[in-house]
Design a binder for this molecule. Structure first.
Ligand code: AMP
Ligand code: MN
Ligand code: MN
Ligand code: MN
Length: 283
């Protein structure tokens, strides 16, 4: 079994990247791809663990895009961590995230929930600040009882405190990932628009934009969703991937490699992903 989607404290998870490598070994995974949002900050420590574990440690990231007016996440799997152009592009994305964070602090104050940047930073163990850290800071101040309530009432995508950032298009994300030697994959497609979305049409559009895979196995899918996305990948000739989207304590109950319990991502998906990587983009 493999897991091609997880987060460390370098973005919005709570584990160190070294700790995740050990956790994957304990879970008897054969491969683990680290996919922190907008950063490869955890990668050096992660790859340094390779001499101590049998599980193959792979490099990835997760980028946020806009597609049809909604947020769409794109995984860049197997990117080259030494690609200077890609690193510079990630710096640009983290700058846009910082702008969004500054504006979110102002918006929250306008709504009657003032918090400081320092209070948000105090909830994070790395410089990258995510809405997860905002949610914890809002709970700490007593504005909400628990962090999930902050997403429900204040900073979730449809909430008054939500502030959009300058997002990539799927086309740009796919190109950036391909140019860094990786394979661009649509993350957790089942989550888009509450599951009522016409994915067959939309995925064809995304494929034309350069997306080459879709996450058919996911920590929080129902069995019917997994089946649907596996068939869709097959029909469109896209590569199927899978992962837990493990965030440590920031997504309680979700286990590395196992998701909510029933996740099993087969090893041969990685062989197919690597074949796709070598073939290169058709675009
Ligand atoms: P950001 O990238 O800073 O906009 O934060 C997005 C992250 O917040 C996602 O990657 C999730 O980890 C988390 N998140 C987004 N929406 C929710 C939600 N409704 N409930 C809990 N966590 C969420
Ligand atoms: Mn996340
Ligand atoms: Mn995501
Ligand atoms: Mn994720």
């Amino acid at each position: 079994m493999i897991d091609l989607h997880c987060h460390t404290l370098h973005s919005d998870g709570t584990d160190t990247s070294e700790g995740l490598a050990l956790l994957a070994e304990e879970a008897h995974l054969t491969a683990l791809c680290l996919t922190d949002h907008d950063t490869l900050g955890g990668i050096p420590g992660f790859l340094a663990m390779q001499s101590q574990v049998k599980v193959r440690l792979l490099v990835g990231t997760e980028l946020s895009c806009m597609f049809l007016g909604q947020s769409l996440h794109v995984l860049g799997l197997l990117v080259n961590p030494d690609d200077a152009t890609f690193q510079a592009r990630l710096v640009e994305l983290r700058g846009r995230r910082e702008d969004r964070n500054d504006r979110m602090l102002i918006r929250l104050a306008e709504l009657g929930y003032p918090i400081t940047r320092e209070e948000v930073q105090a909830q994070a163990d790395s410089p990258l600040l995510s809405r997860v850290h905002f949610a914890k800071a809002l709970a700490r101040r007593g504005y909400v009882r628990r962090p999930p309530e902050a997403f429900e009432r204040l900073i979730g995508d449809d909430c008054p405190g939500f502030v959009p950032r300058q997002e990539l298009t799927p086309y740009e994300a796919a190109r950036w990932i391909r140019e860094a030697g990786g394979v661009p994959v649509v993350a957790h497609p089942g989550r888009f628009d509450g599951g009522r979305f016409r994915w067959d049409d939309a995925m064809g559009d995304l494929q034309r934009e350069g997306l080459e895979g879709l996450e058919a196995y996911y920590g929080e899918y129902r069995a019917s969703e997994q089946k649907y996305f596996l068939r869709l990948a097959d029909r469109l000739g896209m590569v199927a991937t899978g992962g837990s989207d493990y965030h440590g304590g920031n997504k309680p109950g979700l286990r590395l490699g196992r998701g909510r319990g029933g996740l099993q991502v087969p090893d041969d998906l990685l062989d197919k992903l690597e074949t796709r990587q070598r073939l290169g983009s058709y675009h």
